[in-house]
Structures are given as C-alpha cells and as structure tokens.
Design a protein around this ligand. Structure first.
Ligand code: NAD
Length: 247
C-alpha cells in the first residue's frame, strides 16, 4: 500500500501502538509528525527514520500541542493529509470511586485531544483527500467494569467521529475508528499483575492471542490513511482478533 504522498500526525506516536503506527507509516513512505510525552522514545524514533519522522514532545490534552503538531507538519513537510488520534491515558476504578482527576485525565487526553487535533487539522485536510483515524476500545463497547472514565471518553470519541464523518464528507475528509487489542508494555505489565483477568480476556479472543502492534494493528491504520480506503468513512474497525463484534 502506497503512502508516499501522505503526511500524518500521530498522537502517542512514540511508543506502544502509536509507535508501531509511526514506524509502519514511515516505512511505507509517509512523512510522520509523532506527538508524545515520552521524550526518550521520541528521540529513538527520530534517530531511526532521519528526516522522515519529526518528534514533538507535548501533552495532547493541550490546545497548543495540537496547533504545534499541525504547524510542524506544514512547515517541515509542506502540508497534512492525515491524523491518527491514538494517545489516551486513563486510570481504572469502580464508578463510585472515580475522582474528578480521573475523569479529567481520560477526557483531556482522549476526547478533548481528539477534538482539538481534528479541528486544527481541518483547514489542511480539506479538499486534500484527508483521512482521520480515531481510537475506540472493545472495553467501552462491552462496558468493562472499572473502565467508567475510559469507556465514556472512548464512546464520546466514536460518537463525534460519526458526526464529523457525515459533516466533513463534503470536504473530502474521511473519519474512521479503530478498536485495537494489542500486546504493549502496559498490557504486558497488566498481564503479570492480574494473570487471571488476563487469561480470561485471552479466552475471549477467537484468534487466540493479543495482537502485535506492528503487524496486526498498524497495517489497518495504514489502510485507513491510504487511498485504498477512500470509499470508507464513519466506520469502526475491530483490530482485536475477533474478540468483539459490531452488529
Ligand atoms: N493496547 C490495547 O490492547 C488497547 C485496547 C483497546 C484500546 N486501546 C487504545 O489504543 C490506543 C493506544 O494504546 P496503547 O496500549 O499503545 O497505549 P499506551 O499507553 O501503551 O501508549 C500510549 C502512548 O501515548 C503516550 N501518551 C500518554 N499520555 C499522553 C499525553 N497526555 N500526551 C501525549 N502522549 C501521551 C504514551 O507516552 C505512549 O507513548 C489508545 O487509544 C488505547 O486506549 C488499546
């Protein structure tokens, strides 16, 4: 799949699934602006790809980070054709115990960041065959206990994505959602701290394993960023080994 003419901002793009997305997009010929709070991972990414990947250190919850990321894509690469809103930080707790700080963390890094990056990108994506990929979660679809602040933000992202897909279709901008399931450092740590929960999650995956960020999830994002998916918008794609189905 050809991404030679694509210029893409990837949030949380230095590590985890976002790091895999930055790498796969760059290997396929795209120019990438990776935005993350992890400066070490960002520096390693830049060193790996030379000038084709630019790293910006910043909190995606802040408007200034979205503005800087989009401006950097335009200045360094001459424009912007796509945004991947992948970053999302949250804490788990039963609904009765969710603090205001927990709500704020999940909504600022998930929903508000996604909203800000879409708005900042719009003038550049307009009439350029733009593609936005936002991130949902199977945990939100099924209402997994202790995920209140996370699930609420994820479904807010999906709801807004469908509205924006309808509104911006006339601007030739597509908006789709990916719900992944992948083995990242965070998931690996969780599998060790809660082995029974991990085993029971694994049993619900028909393909029998957690996905690999680079080979199972990032290629689906690359497809959505590419022109191969130019007749798809407003859709949710499950990159989760069949664990959850949308009917
Ligand atoms: N891993 C899974 O199985 C899974 C399942 C369902 C949904 N998701 C979703 O996929 C996406 C990526 O998940 P992941 O497992 O790679 O997450 P992760 O926590 O491992 O990585 C997220 C990246 O975002 C960065 N980040 C965190 N807070 C940030 C902030 N405020 N500003 C900028 N960058 C920030 C981190 O430094 C990291 O590089 C998220 O939206 C997550 O909710 C993941």
């Amino acid at each position: 799949m050809e991404l030679k003419d694509k210029i893409v901002a990837v949030t949380g793009g230095a590590a985890g699934i976002g790091g895999a997305i930055s790498r796969v997009l760059a290997r396929r010929g795209a120019k990438v602006v990776a935005v993350d709070i992890d400066a070490d991972a960002g520096a390693a990414l830049e060193a790996e790809f030379g000038g084709d990947v630019v790293f910006i250190r910043g909190d995606v919850g802040l408007q200034e980070t979205a503005d800087l990321a989009i401006a950097t894509a335009v200045e360094r690469f001459g424009g912007l054709t796509g945004v991947v809103n992948n970053a999302h930080a949250s804490r788990q707790a039963p609904f009765l115990d969710i603090t205001q700080d927990m709500w704020d963390l999940s909504f600022s890094t998930g929903f508000i960041a996604t909203r800000n990056f879409m708005l900042a990108a719009h003038p550049h994506l307009k009439d350029a065959g733009g593609s936005i990929v936002n991130f949902g979660s199977g945990a939100a679809l099924v209402g997994q206990p202790t995920q209140g602040s996370y699930a609420a933000a994820k479904e807010a992202i999906r709801g807004l994505s469908r509205v924006v897909a309808n509104e911006w279709a006339r601007d030739d901008i597509r908006v789709n959602i990916v719900c992944p399931m992948a083995m990242t450092a965070g998931v690996e740590a969780w599998s060790k701290s809660a082995p029974e929960l991990y085993e029971s999650s694994l049993k619900k995956v028909p393909l029998g394993r957690f996905g690999d960020p680079e080979t199972d999830v990032a290629p689906i994002v690359a497809f959505l960023i590419s022109d191969d998916s130019k007749y798809m918008t407003g859709q949710t794609l499950m990159a989760d080994g069949g664990a959850n189905k949308l009917y």
